[in-house]
Design a binder for this molecule. Structure first.
Ligand code: GMT
Length: 378
């Protein structure tokens, strides 16, 4: 069927982070479907990879005149958005994060005209942290109110946005997704030998090591598990809590059994090495890494914070406990790792749920429908 080809501008944080991953992957999928996609960001999105047909990149350059104490990135971005929208005749801007991207898109629309539609996707931190800041809440409310459509990555984030900002604007639910051609159980038998002995289980945690991830709980859970099950722990990623975590591992005498792999590109391959993903976060609007694990057939044990329970079905595709309850989380991991039948059932349920509910085709089509709706082209 001939696609009603759209010209779409996408702005996101292009460096590491779930929101950047989702925005970039969505752009690539839309381009594959025949739409023209223009990334407007300060650097090339890290997941963009090789050259793609239908994808264009516009770099936002910030003027650093000597009179400015702080270079005005937001204004440069808004101007670039307007410039690209006019030059390329964009139908819409899809921005990820209310602050500053939706605010910049609002300014761009003022410059271009109301034919340019703005879709804002909320990912979490823009609401759960910044929305609580009185000095920013009016600005965030304005950006949300003036967007032509607003989406959020979980019901929980929709609820929290409404509560914090007292807005009644409709917010569409669009869950995050994984590309099933990339995220599937990889054949890693050979590679796994470098990380764990055949009789050992491998637990994994992947994050940006921000305090909300409660990485220290990951170590506590692992310490309890390894008392009962021969196992190792693989950490992937970097961030503010990394050095503290390395110290804690050393203090607890676990160094021999914990691997710090740093940032990794082929996440699906790394996840496929593991038996269980640990995600004990304090806040998580969705938990993309748990979905990536699910799609690779790896169950998650973690906290029931934020949107995690919408993603992980407790007792079917993983186990969830109250945030901070490392005893309960460890018990769940031990249960999974010592009951082969239960474990296999979880793996099957993970693969089924990832393909049925969070598949790229489904969610991309959902975003397209939202685009056509705001453009009146349904
Ligand atoms: O969790 C982070 O620190 C990164 C953050 C981001 O901005 O990329 O992740 C948020 O967006 C992801 C993609 O929608 C979600 O999967 C994460 O749950 C969300 N993080 C939080 O809500 C803390």
């Amino acid at each position: 069927m001939e696609v009603d080809r759209l010209k779409i501008g996408i702005t996101c944080y292009p460096s590491l982070g779930g929101s950047g991953v989702v925005a970039t992957e969505l752009g690539k999928l839309l381009a594959e479907k025949g739409h023209e996609v223009h990334f407007i960001t300060h650097s090339v999105p890290f997941r963009l990879g090789k050259f793609h047909k239908n994808i264009f990149y516009h770099e936002v350059e910030v003027n650093d005149y000597y009179v400015f104490k702080y270079p005005p990135y937001d204004l440069s971005l808004a101007s670039k958005m307007a410039q690209v929208a006019k030059m390329e005749n964009l139908d819409l801007l899809h921005v990820h994060y209310a602050v500053p991207h939706a605010v910049c898109a609002f300014l761009a629309k003022e410059m271009v005209g109301s034919q340019l539609k703005v879709i804002t996707t909320l990912h979490g931190t823009d609401i759960t942290v910044l929305g609580q800041d009185e000095s920013l809440s009016d600005l965030i409310r304005l950006a949300i109110d003036r967007s032509d459509a607003v989406t959020a990555v979980s019901q929980d984030l929709i609820r929290e946005t409404r509560e914090l900002l007292a807005i009644d604007k409709p917010i569409d639910l669009a869950y995050n997704f994984v590309d099933k051609r990339v995220y599937y159980p990889r054949e890693v038998t050979q590679l796994r030998r470098d990380f764990a002995k055949p009789e050992e289980k491998l637990l994994i945690h992947i994050s940006n090591f921000r305090p909300v991830k409660r990485v220290s709980d990951v170590v506590d859970v692992f310490a309890k598990v390894s008392e009962k099950v021969p196992s190792r722990l693989l950490f992937v990623g970097e961030g503010p809590e990394l050095s503290k975590t390395i110290c804690k591992v050393k203090e607890m005498g676990l160094t021999e059994r914990v691997i710090f792999a740093g940032k990794q590109d082929d996440v699906a391959q790394v996840i496929s090495l593991a038996d269980v993903m640990l995600l004990p976060s304090e806040k998580e609007s969705f938990g993309l890494v748990a979905l990536e694990a699910m799609a690779c057939g790896v169950p998650t044990v973690g906290s029931n914070a934020g949107g995690i329970p919408e993603l992980i079905t407790h007792g079917e595709t993983g186990f969830l406990a109250p945030t901070g309850d490392t005893r309960q989380m460890a018990d769940y991991v031990v249960r999974l790792l010592t009951d082969r039948e239960l474990y296999d059932r979880f793996v099957t349920a993970c693969l089924e749920r990832a393909t049925k509910t969070f598949c790229n085709d489904l969610i991309t089509a959902q975003y397209e429908q939202i685009y056509y709706r705001v453009l009146g082209r349904q």
